[in-house]
Design a protein around this ligand. Structure first.
Ligand code: ZN
Length: 203
């Protein structure tokens, strides 16, 4: 499966000057919502990811995603795995579990994002789940931005990766674009544009 081609075909691989949720800047942005708006494609991607996870033999009771970006990918993955799905969301910037969702003591949880860049939001969701007694057993995403090391890939783990090194991370593809700290961003230095938050101008 060529995930990069799927993103290109869906116009989900954007080029510009973007402000990422981590505060860093990037010339490229993966707008997974454009891929996931196609329910058949979503199903196909989730089934491929579920196959990798099942092959590993890891047992999972439920999938949890950080809102908003992870919800569609996480829900489709939960369906492909035949397990429950919940999501965490920010309340005054603090990641929380709301809406009556529960995590039972000892339940094995897979954290799922659409894209893992440094894994910051995924880690916040993971901490919420573990505080409630759940046991996070793996992480997953449709695509890996190349900072963390996914299973079955030769890419090196980078210092920016926040995911725990002792847990597996499943993703279908590596997308290795540079990200820049705002003070060190060549696009800012060029002075022709300001970084925009993806989604803020119709993208
Ligand atoms: Zn910039």
């Amino acid at each position: 499966m060529n995930v990069e081609q799927i993103y290109r075909d869906a116009n989900a691989l954007l080029q510009g000057h973007f402000l990422l949720s981590s505060g860093n800047h990037s010339e490229f942005y993966l707008q997974s919502a454009r891929v996931l708006e196609n329910s058949k494609t979503s199903e196909k991607l989730a089934q491929a990811l579920a196959k990798n996870i099942k092959t590993s033999g890891i047992k999972i009771d439920l999938v949890c995603s950080p809102a908003l970006g992870g919800i569609l990918a996480g829900y489709e993955l939960a369906r492909a795995l035949g397990v429950r799905f919940i999501f965490t969301e920010r309340v005054d910037k603090v990641m929380s579990l709301r809406r009556g969702f529960e995590v039972k003591n000892g339940e094995k949880v897979l954290i799922c994002e659409d894209i893992i860049t440094t894994g910051g939001s995924a880690m916040e969701a993971s901490l919420v789940v573990e505080e409630l007694g759940g046991k996070v057993v793996a992480f997953s995403a449709l695509a890996n931005r190349g900072f963390c090391k996914r299973e079955n890939s030769n890419t090196e783990i980078k210092s920016e990766c926040k995911l725990p090194k002792n847990l597996p991370f499943f993703a279908l593809e590596d997308f290795t674009f540079d990200i820049y700290e705002p003070n060190d961003c060549p696009l800012c230095k060029a002075g022709k544009s300001k970084a925009i938050k993806p989604g803020s101008r119709g993208n």
